[in-house]
Design a protein around this ligand. Structure first.
Ligand code: 6PG
Length: 252
């Protein structure tokens, strides 16, 4: 995640506990969404899946009272039924869009009822059509939020995955080492084209992944390939325990 001359670093904020980190992530999302909404345009946010972000989403639902023009997408989705406990859409509906009363027209689901390739192609086409494009076929999110896997994956981009080099908007994944195996994921190119990135990682199980992600770019550690500029990592002391460099500040 360092820059080409090891000059650029992500902003790293280390909070005492997972709860503090979740609250800080919610506050940052609310601030950034509010800033982007003030430009009187649609705001497009790709949400992280997994279990870590749920508390952040619950808090975010209480921090923003006007969601007009805010469109929520998914950084990745598992190809399971919408009511399946493994569904990222279910987690987001339960924690965020339900409590926030976000209209369904502003929550853009991955079409999970089809095979992975068809789902990825359809979602990529919807994204490219709805978002401003940096260049043809490069949709620009305002914010992409990511979690961090213990193996250093982000979204459903696992070590050495084709989605790390693909020039598509989204890719299908059918062999995910983290169950369930079938998923759709934004590509690294789409993630790095975003105006901002927020990575939320907490707990001692993430400490090795976080340390290697910050140690230099390595395709075996997808998180290390995230563009450092305009990337904020929110973590807690347990996950940051192996990060020694004084470059990284701890939050008060
Ligand atoms: C997914 C997620 C994935 C997740 C990490 C961390 O759909 O699986 O997008 O990238 O963020 O695996 O998961 P936890 O937050 O559950 O530790």
């Amino acid at each position: 995640m360092t820059g080409p001359h090891h000059t650029a670093h992500p902003t790293l904020t280390i909070l005492p506990t997972p709860a503090d980190a979740s609250a800080r992530a919610a506050a940052l999302l609310a601030r950034w969404i509010g800033q982007d909404r003030s430009e009187s345009r649609a705001v497009h946010v790709a949400l992280a899946g997994g279990s870590t972000p749920a508390d952040t989403y619950r808090t975010l639902a209480t921090l923003l009272d006007d969601w007009s023009g805010v469109h929520l997408w998914f950084g990745d989705e598992r190809l399971v039924p919408a009511d399946d406990p493994q569904s990222n859409a279910k987690m987001v509906r339960d924690a965020l869009t339900g409590p926030a009363n976000l209209p369904e027209t502003q929550l853009h689901l991955v079409p999970t009822g089809r095979d992975a390739d068809a789902a990825a192609a359809a979602y990529g086409a919807e994204l490219a059509g709805a978002l401003p494009n940096l260049a043809p076929g490069v949709p620009v999110f305002d914010i992409v939020m990511l979690g961090l896997g213990e193996d250093g994956h982000v979204a459903s981009l696992f070590p050495d995955a084709p989605g790390l080099t693909s020039t598509a908007v989204c890719v299908s994944v059918t062999d995910a080492p983290k169950p369930p195996p079938s998923r759709v994921s934004l590509t690294l190119r789409t993630i790095n084209a975003a105006r901002r990135r927020l990575i939320l990682a907490t707990g001692e199980t993430k400490r090795a992944a976080l340390a290697t992600a910050l140690a230099g770019t390595d395709p075996h550690v997808p998180a290390s390939l995230i563009r450092p500029e305009r990337t904020t990592i929110v973590t807690d002391r347990a996950a940051a325990a192996l990060i020694g460099s004084p470059d990284h500040q701890s939050a008060p």
